[in-house]
Design a protein around this ligand. Structure first.
Ligand code: NDP
Ligand code: MG
Length: 333
């Protein structure tokens, strides 16, 4: 327990007074940041793709959206918050870079460090480079804020040209509700590397393979797919909810002793020392930039592996059975 955490008394919204912030991308994060900042009294302009669904949503929400280029050209704009998808940020940045260079004062803000960590975007000397990364999806960032609370966030400063970058980042975090919960100090490298690791090894890559291979094992042994679905997929949420709310020990207390003994005696045979060695290899691929290069090339090539894997998954029995069973569970929306 050593991370530095900031709360509302550590942050001064007054630092954003007289500053106009452009939210580039009115999607999951963008809409939440824009609405929360506006409610906090900050001058906000929204940029998105002209005429797109989210452009229209911004209009419905009372903004007058502009293109990213027009936002960057706006003389009053001294903060550009990059909330377009990570794979598109470089392209959008290149469209507006020359405008950014003309500014006396500019904060380039991010909610994820990928493009800075892997040098996809190399901001000019006149910029502060700051990250405020909510640890939750955009709708939660908005809903919780409306309820008078906030989701925890991360803050990082990559470049402090003004000497005030950290305080400005904290002010922004306060404006979108983060200091109500707590804002944890990190770096662009730590946020990016741990984020990629978590999603590849545990949350997405690891969890999905565990579910699929558990399901396949039961079905191949002749058990009914419907039953296998409940045991290997549906019930996972019940366990994870307990762990998230109260920790692993509480989850163990809540399940049966038989389940708990099964966990202790069998778990390490599934996720083994070999698995941990592979985790270290995956971490090395992340920190060396090998994964980033691979993913950038995959995008440049039109995503062949990505699309093939999506197709394979939608043909998997677990998805077919899942559709049918979820249809029986009215409360799942
Ligand atoms: P979304 O995909 O939800 O939204 C992106 C928005 O950018 C959309 O409104 C899209 O417009 C718009 N957009 C796309 N291309 C352009 C363009 N060329 N010019 C202007 N606008 C464009 O993204 P997220 O909110 O999920 O992600 C934004 C950032 O936040 C990323 O860095 C991500 O890593 C980070 N983040 C996301 C979290 C999440 O839970 N989603 C959590 C924490 C961080 P349209 O669709 O209208 O075409
Ligand atoms: Mg993450």
């Amino acid at each position: 327990m050593s991370a530095k955490i900031y709360y509302k008394d550590d942050a001064d919204l007054g630092l954003l007074e007289g500053k106009k912030i452009a939210i580039i991308g009115y999607g999951s994060q963008g809409h939440a940041h824009a609405l929360n900042l506006r409610d906090s009294g900050v001058d906000v302009v929204v940029a998105d793709v002209e005429g797109s669904p989210n452009w229209k949503q911004a209009e419905k929400d009372g903004f007058s959206p502009v293109t990213p280029l027009d936002a960057a050209r706006d003389e009053k704009v001294v903060w550009l918050q990059m909330l377009v998808p990570d794979t598109i940020q470089k392209k959008v940045y290149e469209e507006i870079e020359s405008e950014i260079k003309k500014k006396d004062e500019m904060v380039l803000g991010f909610a994820h460090g990928f493009n800075i960590r892997f040098d996809r975007i190399v901001p000019p000397e006149n910029c502060d480079v700051v990250m405020v990364a909510p640890k939750g999806p955009g709708h939660l960032v908005r809903d919780v804020f409306v309820d008078g609370k906030g989701v925890p966030m991360l803050i990082a400063v990559e470049k402090d040209r003004s000497g005030k970058a950290h305080d400005l980042g904290l002010a922004y975090a306060k404006g979108i509700g983060g200091t109500r919960a707590g804002v944890i100090e990190t770096t662009f490298a730590e946020e990016t590397e741990t984020d990629l690791f978590g999603e590849q090894v545990v949350l997405c890559g690891g969890a999905v393979e565990l579910i699929k291979k558990g399901f396949e094992t039961l079905v191949e042994a002749g058990y009914q797919p419907e039953i296998a679905y409940f045991e290997c997929l549906h019930e996972l949420k019940l366990i994870v909810d307990l762990i998230q709310d109260k920790g692993i020990e509480y989850m163990n207390y809540s399940i049966s002793d038989t389940a708990e003994y099964g966990e202790y005696s069998r778990g390490e045979r599934i996720v083994t020392g070999e698995t941990k060695k592979e985790m270290k290899k995956i971490l090395d691929e992340i920190t060396s930039g090998q994964f980033a290069d691979e993913w950038i090339k995959e995008n440049e090539n039109g995503r062949p592996i990505f699309k093939k894997k999506q197709e394979e998954l939608s043909g998997h029995l677990i998805e077919k059975v899942g559709k049918k069973l979820r249809g029986m569970m009215d409360w799942l929306k």
